[in-house]
Design a protein around this ligand. Sequence first.
Ligand code: KIV
Ligand code: ZN
Length: 536
Amino acid sequence: MNASTRSDRIIIFDTTLRDGEQCPGATLNVEEKLLIARQLARLGVDVIESGFAFASAGDFEAVNKIAREVGTPDGPIICSLARTRKEDIKTAAEAIKPAAKSRIHTFIATSDIHLKYKLKKSRSEVIAIAEEMVSYAKSFVDDVEFSPEDAGRSDPEFLYQVLEKAIAAGATTVNIPDTVGYTTPSEFGALIKGIKDNVPNIDKAIISVHGHNDLGLAVANFLEAVKNGARQLECTINGIGERAGNAALEELVMALYVRRQYFNPYLGRAVDSEEPLTKIDSHQIYKTSRLVSSLTGMMVQRNKAIVGANAFAHESGIHQDGVLKNKLTYEIMDAESIGLTENQIVLGKHSGRNALGTRLQELGLELSETDLNKVFVKFKELADKKKEISDWDLFAIVNDEIQAIPQLFALELVQVSCGSNARPTATVTLRTPAGEELTDAAIGTGPVDAIYRAINRVVNVPNELIEFSVQSVTEGIDAIGKVKIKVQHEDQVYSGQAANTDIIVASAQAYINALNCLYAALQNQEKRSPLTAQIV
Ligand code: KIV
Ligand code: ZN
């Protein structure tokens, strides 16, 4: 058996922390990425694309930390993305070094449209770069993945040539991206078959697929690719990612599980073979979905396949009657197979630190002693306001407490007055980095605008609010509201988030968090004169 079909199971390559994190609003800090990476390892993914190490110091740190802490000998392969540039590849190699098993994933576009307008390079130049950079990556690691970006719109004949050279230079996986989500399932399947039939040394590499969901076809395209020889699937939890997102891991895994008899023969197995097609522990799917949704702030739509709130709910009387008589009438899979259990522990006012710690661990949230103590304090505060604390609440509290926010300005008080026929007015008191307490007030178009204006009068750093969102973490009048914001200073963007049962307080705290990041960056750049001189 050759390498492209040698894997007699499907390799799951998770790119939630790289392509998934690229989608607007899904920015994660290093600690959050680490929590997700640990959960992905528990889920059983084969490869974690942990980031694009060259992109920023934060990305490097995240990739490096994940390599060190999650890249254990029996853990997943830790991968970093790198453009076909020496500096990118070298940085990626440095970042993934601590992992027991590591991979560099390098890419260059191959479609004529990208060559002409983006790269301004000829086909022969692109081939030469791919060849040279794959072999450069190979000088650092054995496991090198090469992607011809926009393969879905590339001339197949040119693609065959690029792939042949990349494999000859040492690529062990060749990944075929439908970067713009343009292809249809039969076209994508034919593209994979064409590669298998026309790239002379394809037996020396695993064929992988990567695809975006612009036409809602990513998962269908991948399944067709599997039938035609693809053995690695690049996907994200909840399908998050650029624009309409990436192929959703949970949908692919469950399709390959529920319909295993259909797919078995394509992997050379007997139709009724019960040997799993992936290494994923499906019972971890729901937990992983919730963790990613909570930390990224990307809510899962109710009717989302597999992990949506309605995915296993039967509303119609006829369906309910059928399910009560026999589940198989309307259910093709068991809710328990994705880890959705009914008997969840409900935490409340009387729950102790132990119960909290146990529940957090069950949710995949392994916290240090210090973080657990901080979370416990917040948990008790919330339990005084809310009778039952749900898992969603716990995610929100943890999310809030583990943010690595520089403690410069602290919110001491926020008060607003607003309503019909009233001018929204806010008063804030902040503790400055110098320890002074300053109070100011402002009028705005609404309560949040008034608060932000009042805060700006104290902090006095020019910035523009470019994103503001508030989401209810659970249902009910006592629900926690989670505020996520982004502010821009010059061409840098800083994010902040906060959760509170009072959305006014959450809005003020999220803004302070973002401003603290901005202020710390300015301090680091030494662009500003000493802090205290800036405070009015
Ligand atoms: O969509 C894409 O083409 C990518 C590549 C970097 C693999 O994300
Ligand atoms: Zn992509």
